[in-house]
Write a protein that binds this ligand. Sequence first.
Ligand SMILES: Nc1ncnc2c1ncn2[C@@H]1O[C@H](COP(=O)(O)OP(=O)(O)OP(=O)(O)O)[C@@H](O)[C@H]1O
Length: 327
Amino acid sequence: MIEAINVSKHYTLKEKKRWFRSEKKTIEAVKELNLSINKGEIIGLLGLNGAGKTTTIKMLSTLLKPSSGTITVDGVDIETNPMEVKRKVNMIAGGERMLYWRLTGYENLIYFGKLYGLAGDVLRNRCQSLLENMGLGEAAHIPVERYSKGMKQRLQIARGLINDPTYLFLDEPTLGLDAPVAKHLRKSVKELAHQQGKGILLTSHYLEEVEELCDKVYIIDKGIMVLEDTPKNIIETFVKEFRVTVEVQNASTEQIHSVQRRIHEKGASFVSTEAAGGFVFEVISPFDATPLAASVCFELGLDIQRLETKKPKLEDAIIQMSEGLSA
Ligand SMILES: Nc1ncnc2c1ncn2[C@@H]1O[C@H](COP(=O)(O)OP(=O)(O)OP(=O)(O)O)[C@@H](O)[C@H]1O
């Protein structure tokens, strides 16, 4: 397990003032953060721009020293034994950073593997099998500058796996990728956690991705942890509005009035819109009104053409939550 206890990070900047004078300014990027990542688990780290996500990932992956607090990886303190920790962690960033474009995919992996002390047949075999697993077997000896975005991102994953880390940090892994490539990448992330037992920490601005992948989500705001829960619980806590759309055919005005009255009686709102050849209405309620809408139509003998429930999403919950934070 990776465990961060009361971890803070501040940056000190020199700000230029008039007449060649400068003043020191301290930015508290992360304040007394507590979090844990278990093996086999995918954790999401969310927050607005500047919330402190990258700083957190850099500290957890030994790239940055915390100003205070402790971080342990499987019980090993990252400050007292950074080399042992480095062997167990790796980071994959979205976009096209962290690769050498003039080198081939294979040469890139050989280079990064050597940084982890790998050599000889072990290194060569690992590079080859990672390239094949990522579907880059045939492109192994082509310079990276000729790779597509998706291929570069797959090579980034191979690079992040070169030391066979127990824990992986993914910073915006699907940034700028086409939908099918991003989908393939999400599948790989799930396999890494759920089949290979790696602990994964993920940051992403795509909340659908976070909802699909993450077992648990941490939300930070201005460096402070404000929430830790499963996506499902976050949605249930913050989304208090369900919407069901129903389309019926051959409904009389009287029948529609009856539907409206019954829906109001149950504490839900009713919004109607005329549609060509039918009648469409929306039920808005603090509970899932799908069974209510269906049973009311059924009792009144209405012919349902369409019944759609808008499932509340993590995105809706985060919007509700951030409105509360800024209020
Ligand atoms: N090297 C640095 N020197 C000074 N301040 C920094 C440095 N890196 C980050 N900061 C500041 O620390 C705060 C947190 O930044 P950080 O990059 O960790 O946030 P983030 O949540 O990753 O943001 P984004 O989503 O925009 O990448 C911001 O106010 C940022 O300006």
